[in-house]
Design a protein around this ligand. Structure first.
Ligand code: FAD
Length: 390
């Protein structure tokens, strides 16, 4: 039975994270050590130190790695509260791509790989990246177009290829690289300092929230020892699903927090700003925008919680996570757009964080599967299932 009432522990944790984000993190949002390609590393480390003192660092990983070992529903509560500030997830070390990478390493990596890669990542001592997408004609929405090659040479794989849109590559200690080996798609762990890994450039993008920005990477004869294969060779696409279903859901959780913040700001403005003899919110057109925000936020939360609950039951939740991704990425963007509108001219200025949330949310309809690809996958499943008996 699905029970949406939080436990006392979940309520307590939510309150702690809310206090931490509102009192310690929100006041730092305007820190100048942030640029078009995310927060600088010294700023990230300072934020991590604040979360560490509150025992809120990497809450999703197991206690043995310094986290809180939360289940998916608890993550939904905590990540939403963290996302209330665009720098909250960075502070708590539960931002993309590190959070998804930690999850995958915890599930798949060998004991040695966990010590070497997961432990410092969970502690906030390092960052990581996940290198799958390639420029056309390589892997994009369709991963089967994978071109990057991993050729076996004795006790090494030799990797050649190009990737792009790789979040956090600059400044990352290591990459998880998806490449085509003789056995099939394979994930390999490599230090970013390995000879042959070249960061060609950092892309200028609509968003600015991810540490390191998004990079174009080249692999020129990168030699990776066989013991750095993540899981079994040839199983890369299967593991990508291990990463992607929860990872796209955690994006939903964080962006739900951000959209809620935008809504709070727009609601306060609508409750106080006068136009034509009454406050804005009492004009029906504005009131309905607030109501539609409430509906979109509520539906997003329900979709997230249901999917998180399925994952906690040990179910793969592929369809539910696709649905949640479509619902949240589209509904939360609508929320941010309405908030900009309610704020009038101020909505497009950087005098509030709403402008940033609006910009940053746009890319979410594309990464971790564009809406069209999720709809396409859901449609295929629906067609395969056929008509339901009366
Ligand atoms: C901000 C950002 C960060 C990212 N970070 C990473 C990262 O860290 N690591 C990584 O590996 N990748 C990353 N990506 C890449 C992201 O996963 C890809 O952009 C995404 O998978 C789409 O691939 P593509 O850009 O090649 O689009 P394409 O494959 O060229 O598709 C373009 C468009 O075609 C449409 N389309 C595609 N397939 C279908 C279909 N079956 N039915 C209907 N329409 C379809 C969709 O509208 C889609 O948006 C990031 C992207 C962004 C924007």
């Amino acid at each position: 039975m699905i029970d949406f009432s939080p436990t006392p522990q979940q309520d307590d944790l939510r309150a702690r994270v809310e206090r931490f984000v509102r009192n310690r993190i929100v006041p730092l949002e305007a820190d100048p050590r942030q640029g078009p390609h995310g927060p600088q590393d010294d700023f990230r480390r300072e934020l991590n130190a604040l979360a560490r003192t509150e025992a809120l660092l990497a809450p999703h990983v197991g206690r043995e790695w310094g986290g809180l070992g939360l289940d998916h529903v608890s993550c939904a509560i905590v990540f939403e509260a963290a996302g209330y500030s665009p720098i909250g997830p960075i502070a708590m070390n539960c931002s993309a791509p590190d959070e998804g990478n930690m999850h995958m390493l915890e599930l798949i990596a060998t004991a040695e790989q966990k010590e070497r890669f997961l432990r410092p990542l969970a502690a906030g001592e390092t960052r990581s990246c996940f290198a799958m997408t390639e420029p056309a004609p390589g892997a994009g929405a369709d991963p089967n177009l994978l071109l990057t090659e991993a050729r076996r040479d004795g006790d090494h794989y030799v990797v050649n290829g190009r990737k792009w849109l790789i979040t956090g590559a600059r400044g990352a200690a290591f990459a998880i690289i998806m490449a085509r080996a003789e056995e099939g798609a394979t994930m390999l762990l490599s230090d970013m300092s390995a000879p042959g890994i070249v960061i060609e450039r950092i892309l200028d993008t609509i968003d600015q929230g991810f540490a390191g920005g998004h990079a174009v990477l080249r692999f020129d004869d990168v030699r990776i020892p066989v013991e750095n294969v993540l899981g079994a060779p040839g199983e890369g696409f299967k593991y990508a699903q291990v990463r992607l279903a929860p990872a796209r859901l955690t994006h939903c959780m964080r962006w739900l927090g951000a959209a809620t913040r935008a809504h709070d700001i727009a609601r306060d403005y609508a409750a106080s700003r006068q136009a034509f003899g009454k406050v804005l919110g009492e004009h029906e057109a504005v009131g309905f925008m607030l109501a539609d925000n409430e509906i979109d936020l509520h539906q997003s939360r329900l979709a997230i919680w249901h999917c998180a609950w399925l994952l906690d039951q040990g179910r793969s939740a592929g369809s539910a996570s696709s649905m949640a991704k479509v619902v949240c990425s589209e509904a939360l963007f609508r929320v941010a757009d309405r908030c900009v509108q309610i704020l009038g001219g101020m909505g497009v200025t950087q005098d509030t964080v709403v402008e940033r949330i609006f910009r940053e949310l746009r890319a979410f309809r594309i990464y971790d599967g564009p809406s069209e690809v999720h709809r396409w996958a859901l449609a295929r499943r629906a067609l395969r299932a056929g008509p339901k008996p009366d």
